[in-house]
Design a protein around this ligand. Structure first.
Ligand code: AHM
Ligand code: MG
Length: 326
């Protein structure tokens, strides 16, 4: 029989990479894995039961019907609250961070976008969960805002779950990137993509090209070059799906600044930092056009930033154009 390595087994094996690890980070990763299996199950049912509806409506049993993104948010919060290894969470769905009283002295905080690309649920297009884990910097006791506003380089682990034609969990703890595919028949994430490396040269570009007229000149020139070179254009409109394709097949994913959105759309803490950590660990690059995403200073929980990420040849080219046009 072919040997199967489950996510839980893999996490425990890898704990040995960290000589002073006490198992708390491993526990957190397992809890996120478990919550994402439940989210995956709910996402798969989305067309069958009325859970894509608005909050406030009721199902046949008289229970409140939740929108899937709220449900995913609640599931992750509940799972992390039970874990005992996390002193607070911050989510794209909530205005501010949530301290976890019963594990207020725990070492870690977790930030996440529970269901990214959720406007795609109704049309059965891939969506995802993105997460980032940091070691707290405040002293023991209730977590503080500063614990969440750390630079991306301080992430101890980050990753995403893609609810696509299959469900995959991809994560890094700063020692490479590994991918697991959910086998629904046994309910386990199984190692399917060990040590993912992005192709160093790309030929796919992924950007909301309809905003071309309002992009800066460097981005416009870059798009012109991609078209002249005959590069393929692919844009799902779910960042997790677009970044996942970029990671596996190479290319560039960009959500630049535009006249309408001078800081872009994507959130530094919940989307850009975790996916940039994965991207860099796979040998790719991630920049806002001037600076490395992972070194940007966070001043607000819901801060946005422009992003260009993917194969080094393509990201370096846009950086060169940005410099020339500055
Ligand atoms: P969301 O967090 O509200 O789901 O929005 C983020 C999504 C990303 O997944 C995706 O890359 C982007 O919005 C697409 O935006 P646009 O429709 O402007 O191209
Ligand atoms: Mg999002």
């Amino acid at each position: 029989m072919q040997s199967i390595i489950s996510l839980d087994e893999f996490i425990i094996q890898r704990q040995k990479d960290f000589p002073y690890a006490t198992g708390e980070l491993s526990g957190l990763l397992r809890d996120i894995g478990l919550a994402s299996k439940i989210i995956s199950r709910e996402v798969n049912k989305a067309g069958l039961v009325d859970i894509t509806g608005q909050i406030g409506t009721q199902n046949a049993s008289g229970e409140a019907v939740q929108k899937l993104d709220v449900m995913a948010d609640n599931l992750l919060i509940a799972s992390l609250q039970n874990s005992g290894e996390c002193c607070g969470i911050a989510s794209e769905e909530n205005n501010t961070y949530v301290p976890i009283e019963k594990s207020k002295n725990a070492k870690y905080v977790v930030l996440f976008d529970p269901l990214d690309g959720s406007s795609n649920i109704d049309v059965n297009i891939s969506i995802g969960t993105i997460f980032a884990i940091y070691r707290r910097i405040s002293d023991d006791g209730a977590c503080q805002l500063e614990d969440f506003l750390q630079d991306g380089v301080e992430q101890v682990a980050a990753g995403y779950v893609l609810y696509g034609s299959s469900t995959m969990l991809i994560y890094t703890t700063g020692k490479g990137v590994n991918g697991f595919t959910l086998d629904p028949s046994i309910g386990e994430f199984c190692l399917s993509h060990p040590n993912i490396k992005i192709p160093q040269k790309g030929s796919i570009y992924s950007i909301n090209q309809s905003a071309y007229p309002s992009f800066d000149r460097a981005t416009q020139l870059f798009i012109d070059e991609c078209m002249e070179a005959g590069h393929r254009f692919r844009y799902v409109g779910s960042m997790v799906a677009d970044v996942h394709r970029t990671l596996i097949k190479g290319g560039i994913f960009a959500y630049p600044a535009s006249q309408k959105a001078p800081e872009g759309k994507l959130r530094l803490l919940y989307e850009c930092n975790p996916l940039s950590f994965v991207m860099e660990q796979a040998g790719g690059m991630a920049s806002n056009g001037k600076e490395r995403i992972l070194e940007l200073e966070a001043t607000q929980l819901h801060q946005r930033c422009p992003i260009y990420m993917g194969s080094p040849d393509m990201v370096e080219r846009i950086l060169q154009l940005q410099q020339e046009q500055a």
